[in-house]
Design a protein around this ligand. Sequence first.
Ligand code: SF4
Length: 274
Amino acid sequence: MSTGGSGAARPTFSYSRIQKFDQCPAAYELRYLKHIQPAGISIESYLGNTVHTTLQWLYETVLEGEPVSFDGLLQHYRSAWGQRWSNSTYINSPGWTTDDYFQLGVRMLAGYYRQYIPFDEPVVGTEFDLTFPISTADDLWMRVIMDRIDNYGDGRWAIHDYKTGKNKLTVAKAESDLQMRIYYLAIKKTYQEAERIDVVWHFLRHGEEHRLDDQQWSTKRLIGTLTKKINKIRLAETGGGSFEPREGVLCNWCFYWDHCSAKEGSTHPARRAR
Ligand code: SF4
C-alpha cells in the first residue's frame, strides 16, 4: 500500500518509544537500547495486529478496484491469524480462550464491515509511514505509522486510528491523546495543503466511531511537549538518568520478567495460548 514518505536513515523517536519510557524505563532500556526480544506476546496484541492487517488488506483490495465480500474478509482474517500465530502468545484473562479472542476479532470486523461498506472513503494510504522533524536544530525526528489516511482533495484530510482494546477514550482524553496529536503534527508538517484535519478513532469492540472534525491543536505546544519528553530520554540514554523498573498493572502484559530486576524469580501469571 502507498505510504506518505520514507523512513530516513537517522535515529527517530516514535509514540510507542516515548510511551514505553513513560510507562517503564526498564522495559524501554531492554527493548530500545539492549534490543532484547520479549519472551512472548499478549493475545490482545496478537489480535490487534491481525485485525489491523485485515483492515489494511480490505482497503488495498478496494483501491485495486476489487470488491470485498464479508466472507472474503473473514477468510483473510482466518488465514492471517493462522500464518502469524506464535507459540509464545499468552493469555492473562481468566476464563478466556484463544477461540474467544479469535471470535472477538470476527465480531469487530463484522461490525466494521456493516458500518462502512462500500468502503468508498478517499483513502490515500494505510499503514501510512512518515518521518518528520520536531527540531532540526536539535536533530530531533519522529516516525509515525498511521492506520489510515484519507484525503478529500479540497484541503480536508482525515487521520484514522483503529482501537481493538476494551477501553474507549472519553472526549476529554481524546482531546489530549498524545498519539493522535503526533499524527496530526506529522500531517501538518508534511502536507502544506492539509488545511483542515479530522481525527477519527474507531473503537472496534464497541462498533463506535469517535470523530473530532477540523481539529486545531497547537503545533507549537505539542513540539514543546515532545522536545521535553525526548530530551529526558536522551539524557537518560547518555548517563544522566536511570532505567528503573516501574511496576504496575501493565507488568502482566510485559514479557521481560526474566530480565527485570523487579520480577526476577517471580512466575509470570499469563498462560500460554493454545
Ligand atoms: S515487568 Fe514491569 S517493571 Fe519489569 S520491565 Fe516489565 S513493565 Fe517494567
